[in-house]
Ligand binder design. Structure first.
Ligand code: SF4
Length: 144
């Protein structure tokens, strides 16, 4: 289990279930980037039936020494009809949403809840599961 020191507001669990709104796939300034590890690019390439190099050339760009999905406007390039067209192979950043370290402050979570309709829906996600997702997101960020 992750060392978390003091008790945090989410330690009692958080109700969340994706509603498929696509609202987290739309750019809102600094949070609009979809960053990709090598494993993310390989998985996405497989999903699209492409060699990783071809996928990377066609859909990615390198910014600040890190790969991201090429910026093609305010929405993610894979968002089609308000849904993810590569859902099975979607990047770690998308799979771990909204349990990102930078979202877990009470104030930041309120901001997430203001646009993400999945917050407050579905079953309670227990602390242990949230900690595992936070860990996955941190490890993924370290591999960028
Ligand atoms: S890859 Fe899919 S889930 Fe991730 S931002 Fe793009 S459309 Fe959304």
């Amino acid at each position: 289990m992750e060392k978390s020191g003091r008790s945090a507001w989410w330690h009692g669990g958080v109700r969340f279930q994706c509603q498929g709104s696509g609202k987290c796939c739309v750019s809102r300034g600094a949070v609009g980037n979809v960053w990709l590890t090598l494993a993310d690019r390989q998985r996405l390439a497989r999903t699209l039936g492409l060699p990783t190099a071809t996928f990377t050339r066609r859909y990615c760009e390198r910014v600040d020494d890190q790969w991201r999905i090429r910026d093609s406007g305010p929405d993610c390039t894979f968002l089609k009809d308000r849904g993810c067209s590569v859902y099975e192979g979607r990047p770690t950043q998308c799979r771990t949403w909204p349990f990102w370290p930078e979202n877990m402050g009470a104030k930041q979570w309120t901001a997430v809840a203001a646009f993400c309709p999945g917050v407050g829906q579905g079953p309670v996600i227990p602390r242990e599961r949230i900690e595992a997702v936070l860990r996955e997101q941190r490890e993924s960020t370290a591999q960028l």
